[in-house]
Design a protein around this ligand. Structure first.
Ligand code: PYC
Length: 315
């Protein structure tokens, strides 16, 4: 029987499963190179994250050694269908989990990800209120690649921007749907059709990369905006999506609707809120996202060689 320790947290409702040991040897390279090696052992991802041990909503965070000497941590994020570039809610979950484990103290940590270095600041907890769990993530630069792309869905034409925030997003406002949990099925099917349609139209990000996250925005009475975010494996993000909020901030900045340092509050479909702002440095838009994560489970995954579903159920 193989045992893999895990620590589960959620950030604004979106789960992160932290795994710090028990994974295949990934070599001494950069985190991007370690990810390339991990992809050759993809059954590790399906074992620890897919059903029956995990589920479609969960994001895995594999803690790996950084190659960049300025970084204290390295991380590879993955989900039910593959690997992420960066993950905002996952970074908040990672740092709050390490704080719960007393492996880190309040302060700023540089983290190497496959798409660049991010900085996470663990804020001190209020006196006597438990482990510090409020985290700000200074992301890699975000930018808008394409603006106001028309996509025909049945008789309707909707429009979206394509932007990078550590993953690729199609951001749409004129979808005509209410961003509400009661519309979950409709929002999921609509966002999936939007993704299928622009992909069939040949609209891609840089290097032909699929735009694999869709964000539908609407008004909010508690924040500046509320969003429904559909992730690559068709699960919706319970959090406001850190990389998706970064992409949104890049578009707002490009449109002159958000000044450097101004706070933008993005609400998820379940009601959780991230606070975001940008700095503009040498023409680069650098988003910072703040949120809280809560640990909710720890233990060991048991891998029994005889288990017919021990490798996980693949999508
Ligand atoms: O918070 O960046 C994020 C994220 C990406 C996918 C799910 N959450």
């Amino acid at each position: 029987m193989k045992r893999i320790p895990f620590l589960d947290s959620h950030t604004g409702g979106e789960p992160t499963r932290l795994i710090s040991e028990g994974f295949p040897p990934l070599g001494p390279g950069t985190v991007a190179e370690q990810l390339a090696t991990l992809e050759q052992h993809d059954n590790f991802r399906t074992k620890v994250l897919c059903e029956p041990r995990g589920n479609d909503v969960m994001v895995g965070a594999l803690l790996v050694p950084p190659a960049d000497p300025t970084c204290q941590l390295g991380v590879i994020f993955f989900n039910n269908v593959g690997y992420l570039g960066m993950c905002g809610h996952g970074t908040i979950g990672l740092i709050a989990s390490l704080s719960y484990q007393k492996k880190i103290q309040p302060g700023t940590y540089r983290i190497e990800t496959p798409v660049g270095v991010v900085e996470a600041t663990l804020h001190p907890a209020e006196a006597d209120s438990g482990y510090p769990n409020r985290v700000s993530v200074r992301n890699i630069p975000a930018y808008r690649l394409l603006e106001h792309i028309a996509v025909q869905i049945d008789e309707r034409t909707i429009h979206g921007d394509v932007a990078w925030g550590g993953n690729w997003f199609f951001l749409c406002h004129d979808h005509g749907l209410e961003i509400s949990l009661k519309n979950l099925e409709q929002l999921t099917e609509f966002a999936w059709r939007v993704r299928e349609t622009y992909t069939k139209m040949g609209i891609t990000a840089i290097d032909g990369h699929e735009i694999d996250h869709v964000e539908l925005f609407g008004p909010s009475s508690d924040a500046d905006s509320q969003s429904f975010v559909l992730c690559p494996g068709k699960a919706y993000d319970r959090s406001p999506c850190g990389t998706g909020t970064s992409a949104k901030l890049a578009c707002l900045t490009a449109d002159g609707k958000l000044a450097a340092g101004q706070v933008w509050r993005q609400q998820s479909i379940v009601g959780s809120i991230f606070e975001g702002s940008v700095q503009v440095q040498d023409g680069n838009i650098i988003p910072t996202i703040t949120g809280e994560a809560w640990v909710m489970g720890e233990g060991q995954l048991l891998i029994d060689e005889r288990d017919p579903f021990g490798e996980g159920i693949r999508m």
